[in-house]
Design a binder for this molecule. Structure first.
Ligand code: R5P
Length: 274
């Protein structure tokens, strides 16, 4: 692997643990001002000390995030559709590689929509992105999209999506936890991170994280179950404990409980747990 590409990957996948906690805050690109991301900077900034990377669009990055923050950035580069347009899967590339470099990104992320009429276009977009990424040393993350119009969120469907992404040459695959998750991991030569999905109780989100790591995921790319929690800092710290420190669910719940509820980092330890 090219030195620059490997170096960028190691900025957000810890060389020490081989794992990563990616904070997903890109939801506005198709959902608009979704709950708790109405003012993205206010939600994201206190969580940055605990994230290995933030995954977001260039617009929110430029407008809402202090460029002096040291956090690595994975830039979402696909989009062009919305929750109300009726064609969610019809995404194109909305941010070019030059801008990703200009923004000092350490990775680019694109959604693939396997099982939809737009699967061919999104898979060819992914291949193009991988060509550019390999040529210029930029890691590419595949987001295996799920939704009502797509297949069932089971090991067979997710295994298909992940394997196709890996065959196209991506460097990291983001998918969802499911029963028989080990089969998804086994069939995918690229490393996998799991998304959290819609908000569920904190304990369940921590269980999901634990089971995903046990099943072979190298981490999470989690959003709503962190920043829609009453205790977002406690949640990201608890997720970190599972992903990086090998904590079990009981230990992670202790970490969650030891963090004071609220959205400000001021009352919590600002030290990054690495
Ligand atoms: C969906 O593709 C969005 O890009 C999110 O990044 C993804 O769903 C992860 O966030 P969450 O944990 O909220 O599902």
């Amino acid at each position: 692997m090219d030195w620059g590409l490997q170096n960028r990957l190691s900025r957000f996948i810890s060389p020490k643990t081989g794992h990563t906690v990616m904070l997903a805050v890109d939801h506005g690109y198709f959902l608009g001002p979704t709950s708790m991301l109405e003012r993205p900077g206010e939600t994201i900034t206190p969580l940055i000390p605990y994230a290995d990377t933030i995954m977001l669009t260039r617009g929110v990055l430029r407008r809402c995030i202090d460029p002096c923050q040291e956090v690595p950035v994975v830039l979402r580069v696909s989009g062009g559709t919305s929750i109300v347009g009726g064609q969610l899967s019809n995404e194109g590339i909305m941010t070019c590689m030059d801008d990703a470099f200009r923004l000092n990104a350490c990775g680019v992320a694109l959604s693939i929509f396997v099982g939809t009429p737009h699967e061919r276009v999104t898979l060819l977009n992914m291949s193009k992105l991988v060509d550019e990424g390999e040529e210029r040393g930029m890691p590419v993350v595949a987001v295996t999209a799920v939704g009502k119009e797509l297949g069932k969120r089971d090991a067979r469907f997710l295994g298909l999506c992940c394997r196709i992404a890996a065959e196209l040459g991506v460097h990291l695959v983001k998918t969802y936890y499911c029963d028989d998750f080990e089969k998804v991991v086994d069939g995918c030569p690229a490393p996998i991170v799991v998304a959290g999905g819609p908000k569920i109780p904190e304990k369940e989100a921590l269980e999901l994280t634990y089971k995903a790591i046990q099943g072979g995921a190298i981490g999470v790319d989690m959003g709503r179950n962190i920043w829609q929690s009453d205790n977002p800092i406690g949640m990201i710290k608890a997720v970190r404990a599972i992903v990086h420190d090998g904590a079990n669910i009981r230990e992670a719940i202790t970490v969650l409980g030891s963090s004071q509820k609220g959205r400000s980092a001021k009352k919590s330890s600002k030290k990054k747990k690495k």
